[in-house]
Design a protein around this ligand. Structure first.
Ligand SMILES: NC(=O)c1ccc[n+]([C@@H]2O[C@H](COP(=O)([O-])OP(=O)(O)OC[C@H]3O[C@@H](n4cnc5c(N)ncnc54)[C@H](O)[C@@H]3O)[C@@H](O)[C@H]2O)c1
Ligand SMILES: [Zn+2]
Ligand SMILES: [Zn+2]
Length: 379
């Protein structure tokens, strides 16, 4: 029985920004009050993990290092801390970088999923008591977004954990911990894409492909995928694009000009899934001036986007989405059920399967555009 004991296990530690991860022996302390220790079985590798390591000070705010990255995972409860009532050892779970406490004003409102519980601590890599449960060589190692799934074991608050079906395949449903839920929700929950509408999705990585899947589920008539890597187009068709455009094939026009021309005035919905302020502006300007909605899913914490006032004056809406607008604890299990009923694709996102000690390779595959999602098995 490991409950109550410190667990020694392997984790990929980010010792400093800009340097590859190092596989280390780490110690994971037992869960404290309202915390759960989980064995991570599988984790996806999301662009935000890469960005935190290599984009610090550029698009990302500085976070304390050393750090264990990883936030798109699935696992099994190993032990629970005092006062935990909703989880037991052996439960299959998805850790959540966005909690749902059920009690704060945000959780009480149907308008948002942005639960405030532990928010400030989570952003600086610690749990509710101001410390992390992971240490290495006697040093505290911070938890990325409160999760840290590039570790065989981690500890999360009981409000940041979704209990899922006992027969859910963890090496697939881990993707619902971030990328797929984000893109899918960006289309159906945040943009609220309507039947027979026209949509443009910028960036055809996992988030963008999931947005395409959401547009298709909502019954959009036209779904235009935009990416500078044409190798993404074949897969995009599997998810439902009706057409794909490479902006580099139109050197004399901006991509917004191309889209406005093609759709005789602009698309109804544009979804930015790249994380570039220039593309965010392009996405906004690709929508129809009267009622176009642009949703930003791509991540940037420090940069500003350019919005010409006239572009929103006529009636466009500009919105952002965090975790696709899903109320995490209640909605993630429903998304798992949808996958198991074949209402939602997950397998098609997985292009590579690697082991924890190949995590840097997974980053290379993501950055080169070769992978959509690599799923890492931790054991
Ligand atoms: N809002 C959220 O809650 C949330 C959650 C997860 C990820 N994200 C963010 O979503 C974004 C996408 O994540 P991902 O994991 O799918 O990344 P990814 O790297 O797999 O995909 C990005 C895609 O954008 C394409 N691209 C790059 N430059 C482009 C350009 N100029 N024009 C068109 N396409 C271009 C790339 O070729 C690639 O296909 C990232 O910024 C990530 O940080 C946000
Ligand atoms: Zn992510
Ligand atoms: Zn809350």
């Amino acid at each position: 029985m490991s409950a109550g004991q410190v667990i020694k296990c392997k984790a990929a530690v980010a010792w400093e920004p800009g340097k590859p991860l190092v596989i280390e022996d780490v110690e994971v302390a037992p869960p404290k009050v309202h915390e759960v220790r989980i064995k991570i079985v599988a984790t996806g590798v999301c662009h935000t993990d890469w960005e935190c390591l290599y984009g610090t000070g550029k698009g990302m705010k500085f976070r304390p290092f050393p750090l264990v990255l990883g936030h798109e995972a699935a696992g099994v409860v190993e032990s629970v801390g005092p006062e935990v009532t909703k989880f037991s050892p052996g439960d299959k779970v998805i850790p959540l970088f966005l909690p749902q406490c059920g009690e704060c004003d945000r959780c009480q409102s149907p308008k948002t999923n942005l639960c405030k519980k532990n928010w400030a601590n989570t952003q600086v890599g610690v749990l509710a008591d101001g410390t992390s449960r992971i240490s290495c060589k006697g040093q505290q190692v911070y938890q990325f977004l409160g999760v840290s799934s590039f570790s065989q074991y981690t500890v999360v608050p009981d409000t940041s954990l979704a209990k899922i079906k006992s027969d859910a395949p963890l090496d697939k449903v881990c993707l619902l911990g971030c990328g797929v839920s984000t893109g899918y929700g960006a289309a159906i929950k945040t943009a609220k894409v309507e039947k027979d509408s026209s949509c443009a999705v910028f960036g055809l990585g996992a988030v963008g492909l999931a947005a395409v899947m959401g547009c298709q589920a909502a019954g959009a008539k036209t779904i235009i995928g935009v990416d500078i890597n044409p190798n993404k187009f074949a897969k995009a068709r599997v998810f439902g694009t009706t057409e794909c455009i490479n902006p580099r094939d139109h050197p004399n026009k901006t991509i917004q000009e191309v889209l406005v021309e093609k759709t005789c005035g602009g698309v109804d919905y544009a979804l930015e899934c790249v994380g570039s302020p220039v593309i965010m502006t392009a996405a906004l300007e690709s929508t129809t001036d009267a009622w176009g909605t642009c949703v930003i899913a791509g991540w940037s914490e420090t940069e500003a986007m350019n919005v010409v006032v006239e572009k929103i004056l006529m009636g466009r809406t500009l919105k952002g989405t965090y975790f696709g607008g899903w109320k995490s604890v209640q909605d993630v299990p429903k998304l798992v059920d949808d996958y198991m009923k074949n209402k939602l694709k997950l397998d098609e996102f997985i292009t590579h399967k690697l082991k924890l000690d190949q995590v840097n390779e997974a980053f290379d595959l993501l950055k080169s555009g070769e992978s959509i999602r690599t799923v890492i098995s931790l054991f």
